[in-house]
Design a protein around this ligand. Structure first.
Ligand SMILES: Cc1cc2nc3c(=O)[nH]c(=O)nc-3n(C[C@H](O)[C@H](O)[C@H](O)COP(=O)(O)OP(=O)(O)OC[C@H]3O[C@@H](n4cnc5c(N)ncnc54)[C@H](O)[C@@H]3O)c2cc1C
Length: 391
C-alpha cells in the first residue's frame, strides 16, 4: 500500500484534531483569554458569573454545540464540547462548568430521550438563550443518588412534585431544569422519572445559593418543589426510566468534568512556566534550576496522560463505542492531576502563589470540586473495579 494511502486509513493519534476542531479550539481559546480572563478575579470574589459573558456563550454557539442546526444549534459533536470545556477551564473553571452542564448533560439527555415535541419546544431555546440545570442530588442522596426523597404524584394530565434538590449547578441563571423525582417509591429506583421543568412552573422555586471554596462564580443552589405542577407531556422518557437516563447522561458528563480538570491543570502549568521564566533567585531565573524544571516536566507529563484519557473517552463516545470505564478513569485521573498541578504551581510561585494577586491560588481552590461532583473519586473507582472484577 502506498505511504499516503496507509496514512489516510491509519488510526489517527488521539490528540490529532481535524481542521474544524482546530479552528474551534483556537476560537474558544482566544475568547477565553480576551473576554473572560479580565473578569475572572472579580467574578470569583463576587461569587457571580457575568450575564454578558453567558450571553456571549450563546452568541458563539457554545451552549448548543451538539444541538442540530435545524433547532438553532451548531450541529457539532461531543468532542467539540470537550474542547470548549477544556479551553474555557484553562482560564476559568467556572466558565467551563457552565458550558459543560449545558452541553454534556442537559442538551445531551434531551437529544437522546426527548420526544419530537419536547425537542421542538426546548432545544431552540437551549441553543440560543436558556441556561439549563441538571437536578439529581439531594441532602440525603448524593453518591446514593437514587435514594432520593423527591416525590412525583401522578394526577393524570399532570404530576405534582414535592421535595428539595441540593447542589444544583447553573440554578441561579437557569430557565430550565432536567429534574429527577420518584413517581413510584415502592418500586425503588425503578420509580425514578425525568421531568422537564421550567423556572416559572407553579410550586417551583430556586432556593439558597451556596458560598463555596472554589468555582465560586458558578452558581450552586437548592431547588424547592412545593406542590410543583408539571404537565404530563413534560415527562422525558417513560415513567420509571429516569434511572437509566440519569446514569447514561452522567457517564458522558464525567468526560466533561475530566475536560474541565485538564483545562484547569494546563492553566496552572502555563502560569507556573511563565513565572519560572521571569522570577530570579541566586542570580538566575528559577526555571534554570533543575528542581523547578523537574516539577514542571512532571506536571506536563501528567497533564498529557490525563488529556489522552479524556480525549479517548470522548472519541469512543462519538464513535458509538462503550466508554463507561474510560469515562470513569478520565474523570478520576484528571481530577487528581488538576489538584496536584494547581498545588505544585503555587509552590513554583513561592509566597506570591498563595496570594490573590496571582491566579494559581484560585485554580487550587477550583480543583477540589473535580473529585466530588458527578460522582466522587471513590464512586469512579467503584465503577472501574466493577468492570475488573466482573465474572
Ligand atoms: C459545587 C457542586 C456542584 C454540584 N452540581 C450538581 C448538579 O448540578 N446536579 C446534581 O444533581 N448534583 C450536583 N452536585 C452534587 C454532587 O454530585 C454530590 O455532592 C456528589 O455526588 C457527592 O455526594 P454527597 O455530597 O452527598 O457526598 P456523599 O455521598 O455523602 O459522600 C461522602 C464521602 O463518602 C464517600 N462514599 C459514599 N459512598 C461510598 C461508597 N459506596 N464507597 C466508597 N466511598 C463512598 C464519598 O466518596 C465521599 O468521600 C454538586 C455538588 C457540588 C459540591
Amino acid at each position: 500500500m502506498p505511504a499516503a494511502e496507509r496514512t489516510a486509513s491509519a488510526p489517527q493519534p488521539l490528540t490529532a484534531l481535524s481542521e474544524d476542531e482546530q479552528l474551534f479550539q483556537t476560537t474558544v481559546r482566544k475568547f477565553a483569554r480576551e473576554e473572560i480572563r479580565p473578569h475572572v478575579r472579580e467574578m470569583d470574589e463576587a461569587g457571580v458569573f457575568r450575564k454578558d459573558i453567558i450571553r456571549q456563550f450563546f452568541e458563539m454557539g457554545l451552549m448548543g454545540i451538539e444541538i442540530p442546526e435545524e433547532y438553532g444549534g451548531q450541529g457539532g459533536n461531543f468532542f467539540q464540547a470537550i474542547l470548549a470545556v477544556e479551553e474555557l477551564s484553562a482560564v476559568d473553571p467556572s466558565a467551563g462548568v457552565i458550558v459543560d452542564v449545558q452541553n454534556t448533560i442537559c442538551n445531551n439527555a434531551l437529544l437522546r430521550w426527548a420526544t419530537p415535541a419536547q425537542k421542538s419546544r426546548y432545544l431552540p431555546r437551549l441553543a440560543t438563550q436558556m441556561v439549563a440545570s441538571y437536578a439529581l442530588s439531594e441532602a440525603g442522596s448524593g453518591s446514593d443518588a437514587f435514594a432520593m426523597a423527591t416525590r412525583a404524584l401522578d394526577c393524570g394530565d399532570y404530576f405534582v412534585l414535592d421535595g428539595r434538590k441540593l447542589w444544583i449547578t447553573n440554578a441561579a441563571e437557569a430557565g430550565f431544569f432536567l429534574l429527577f423525582a420518584n413517581a413510584h417509591p415502592e418500586a425503588g429506583h425503578r420509580g425514578i422519572t425525568a421531568f422537564l421543568i421550567e423556572r416559572e412552573f407553579p410550586g417551583f422555586q430556586v432556593g439558597k445559593k451556596e458560598d463555596k471554596l472554589g468555582i465560586r462564580a458558578s452558581s450552586t443552589c437548592e431547588l424547592i418543589l412545593d406542590g410543583c405542577r408539571v404537565p404530563r407531556e413534560n415527562v422525558m422518557g417513560e415513567v420509571g426510566q429516569g434511572y437509566k437516563i440519569a446514569m447514561e447522561t452522567l457517564n458522558e458528563g464525567r468526560i466533561g468534568i475530566g475536560a474541565q480538570m485538564i483545562g484547569l491543570a494546563r492553566g496552572a502549568l502555563d502560569h507556573a512556566v511563565a513565572y519560572a521564566r521571569q522570577r530570579k533567585q541566586f542570580g538566575k531565573a528559577i526555571g534554570e534550576f533543575q528542581g523547578v524544571q523537574f516539577d514542571l516536566a512532571r506536571m506536563a507529563t501528567e497533564i498529557e496522560a490525563a488529556r489522552l484519557l479524556v480525549y479517548n473517552a470522548a472519541r469512543l463516545r462519538d464513535a458509538g463505542r462503550p466508554f463507561l470505564t474510560e469515562a470513569a478513569m478520565a474523570k478520576y485521573y484528571s481530577s487528581e492531576v488538576a489538584e496536584k498541578c494547581a498545588s505544585k504551581a503555587i509552590e513554583v510561585h513561592g509566597g506570591v502563589g498563595i496570594t490573590k494577586d496571582y491566579p494559581v491560588e484560585k485554580l487550587y481552590r477550583d480543583a477540589k470540586i473535580g473529585r466530588i461532583y458527578e460522582g466522587t473519586s471513590n464512586i469512579q473507582l467503584l465503577t472501574i473495579a466493577k468492570k475488573l472484577l466482573k465474572p
